[in-house]
Design a protein around this ligand. Structure first.
Ligand SMILES: [Zn+2]
Ligand SMILES: [Zn+2]
Length: 134
């Protein structure tokens, strides 16, 4: 596959992926992502046909059509997917090397925790914000 290649893995090494042409990093401050991650979600979107995943994933639906994917063995939070979109998001922390990826935007900012602030120079949105790929 052409494009910049990214590799990712969980903590135990059972679940891995290879992806091409990731979007920059989205930070989701919604209640579900904050509970799922312990802080807020940092993830990069990719077209589903641009990623190959190996290993056993446990999926959990936080609400209809929206699910988080974890390594079935170590529990690392690695993926987020909306069933209605042709994309999947990989967590920034699961990347072996984030290469040239930068912050793209912060989403669902009205649900953010009150114990931290968002860098005011970075784009912010109340909902999903603009999507670069659908
Ligand atoms: Zn694992
Ligand atoms: Zn979220």
């Amino acid at each position: 596959m052409p494009g910049i290649e990214y590799k990712g893995s969980c903590v135990c090494g059972q679940t891995t992926y290879t992806a091409h042409d990731l979007n920059d990093i989205s930070y989701c401050h919604c209640d579900q992502c904050r509970k799922m991650t312990g802080h807020y979600m940092a993830a990069a979107q990719v077209s589903r046909d641009r990623i190959q995943i190996k290993g056993k994933i446990k999926w959990f639906y936080t609400h209809e059509g929206s699910r988080h994917g974890f390594c079935d063995n170590c529990g690392a939070n690695m993926f987020w997917q909306n069933d209605n979109k042709a994309t999947i998001s990989v967590t920034a922390g699961s990347l072996e090397d984030s290469k040239s990826l930068k912050t793209w935007h912060h989403i669902f900012i009205e649900e953010k925790g009150c114990y931290y602030n968002i860098n005011s120079n970075e784009p912010q949105s109340r909902g999903y914000g603009d999507s670069k790929i659908d």
